[in-house]
Write a protein that binds this ligand. Structure first.
Ligand code: DX5
Ligand code: ZN
Length: 217
């Protein structure tokens, strides 16, 4: 089953709950929340208090994507704030910290995801894949919404799908960056089952048709 995860980075932050209710009623499965620290990525977005407020305001599944340095310092705080899934970047910390962050998230009873940037090869996921609920493959350089999909990431998505099928079939494969009704078809064919989209959903008047077009492409 394909799941759609609208990224609130492209939503109207002055009327956030309206946008969230809109994509919820349009059938989106996850709500994707991009956390940026101005360090790991060259942009700053939102953090723990916003997740806490959203947890009170919606029952949607909160898919928190941490683009922050040394995420092991903050994963518990995001879990406590109400995230359902906390995904952090493999490039943002050392291997022992990755295991530490995975354990911390699991101890909170939440799902854990690990993300890789476009230049990071699939094989780097191998030591962790058995312990993950989700792998997130970035198809733009993280930091901004509205960028163009990097077609050269498609073989990597297919490789990660193979790794997941062989080692941990219940693990989800999420793709994030430049997803629209054209690229979504290629991404699904490569084996992803969770599609993040910001601009292609919140940039459209009719969110229901935007979501359905991406889902059924
Ligand atoms: C980028 C973020 C994405 C972004 C996607 O660093 O992780 O989630 O919001 O936006 P679009 O779909 O517009 O590329
Ligand atoms: Zn994201």
């Amino acid at each position: 089953m394909i799941k759609i995860a609208p990224s609130i980075l492209s939503a109207d932050f002055s009327a956030l709950i309206n946008d969230i209710n809109d994509v919820k009623s349009a059938g989106a499965e996850y709500l994707h929340i991009d956390v940026m620290d101005g360090n790991f990525v060259p942009n700053i977005s939102i953090g723990i208090p916003v997740v806490k407020s959203l947890r009170k305001a919606t029952d949607m599944f909160l898919d928190v994507h941490l683009m922050i340095d040394r995420p092991q310092r903050y994963v518990k705080a995001f879990c406590d704030a109400g995230a359902d899934l906390v995904t952090f970047h493999l490039e943002a910390c050392q291997p022992q910290d990755i295991f530490e962050a995975i354990s911390a998230i699991k101890l909170c009873g939440k799902k854990v995801g690990l993300s890789i940037k476009p230049k990071t090869p699939a094989v780097t996921l191998l030591p962790y894949i058995l312990n993950l609920d989700l792998v997130l493959v970035m198809t733009v350089e993280p930091g901004f919404g509205g960028q163009s999909f990097m077609n050269d990431q498609l073989p990597k998505i297919a490789t990660v799908r193979q790794m997941i099928n062989n080692m941990n079939p219940s693990c989800e494969l999420e793709v994030d960056g430049g997803i629209d009704p054209i690229t979504s078809k290629l991404i699904k064919e490569a084996g992803a089952n969770v599609l993040v989209a910001g601009n292609a959903i919140f940039g459209q008047e009719n969110r229901k048709s935007a979501i359905e077009t991406i889902r059924n492409a």
